[in-house]
Design a protein around this ligand. Sequence first.
Ligand code: SAM
Ligand code: SF4
Ligand code: SF4
Length: 337
Amino acid sequence: MQPEIKDTLGRALRDLRISLTDRCNFRCTYCMPKSIFGREYQFLPKEQLLTFEEITRLVKIFASLGTQKLRLTGGEPLLRKDVEILISQLAQIPEVADFALTSNGSSPIKRVQELKDAGLRRMTISLDSLDNKVFQEMNDVDFPVSRVVEWIDKVVEVGMTPVKINMVVKRGVNEDSILPMAKHFDQPDTILRFIEYMDVGSSNGWRLDDVLTAKEILNMIHKEMPIEPLKANYVGEVAKRWRFKESGNEFGVIASVSQPFCGDCTRARLSADGSLYTCLFAIQGHDLKSLLRSGASDNEVSESIANVWKKRSDHYSEVRSSKTDDLPKVEMSFIGG
Ligand code: SAM
Ligand code: SF4
Ligand code: SF4
């Protein structure tokens, strides 16, 4: 193992999020709006995606540089054919202490057990409302909420707990769903996380006015269900931890817009086509796929990653302003949410 590498702001390379595909069967209005991701949209052709062997090789190299936390995401990662094979390869990398996958919970329910058997340890499921009408309007493909709830129940049943539930909150769209979600997921096996709507990509028409801040969300909950803060589990934890006073059950808020946490950001992202991004809001990636396919050795790839990381100075959320509004950005489904 090499000595830990740090970026220009002293941040280590601890987490890696990998987008397995830029495709998705949902068209969440805040992520892949139909107006942009319509029938004509050109997704990546298969040969441009990293293969499972390439991903596994890269994760081993990242692990040797200090990466301990791995997330598979997308797009919808469970649309990637035979993903269980990849999971079983990655689950064997000893340095990866924390290994999870983020999904919209729309695949056939039998896959939950298959994913567990392949070695997946935990899952995050996205769910923006328990109200079917609101949920269907947000996923914009009429996917019924009951199927996602069933999926979450199954993940709990097979013991991949705690299951994190991601709820993106958009003002005027699903704020009435905050309390019903808080009540439903006030249970020991799930950790609901309220996420401030972010200005990722250039297609979701983001406006600051649409962001319901963490403070507003917490006030809304506290009026009905008294809450109190909890200590962070570790430095760099994205979600601020809270608990419901009565039950003691945990929930969280991800306040990337109103309370940015770039100072502790140890996350790198690998896009579906094998480029390394050092920030969710990065404009440009570093092409690792070509390097792999040109026959570079593990040492050469490792050096290239380390060089990118050592030059990293990203802190977009801390400088977000009217000046950043018009900057081109990469879509979340491509870079990995
Ligand atoms: N398709 C999977 C899913 O939805 O869980 C994984 C990929 S998705 C891009 C990862 C996470 O990003 C989801 O929890 C989603 O709600 C969140 N997300 C997408 N667009 C967002 C936005 N504009 N602001 C905040 N979170 C967003
Ligand atoms: Fe698909 Fe996830 Fe984006 Fe929704 S948030 S469109 S489920 S990638
Ligand atoms: Fe990390 Fe970039 Fe998000 Fe800041 S804006 S927390 S640097 S991904």
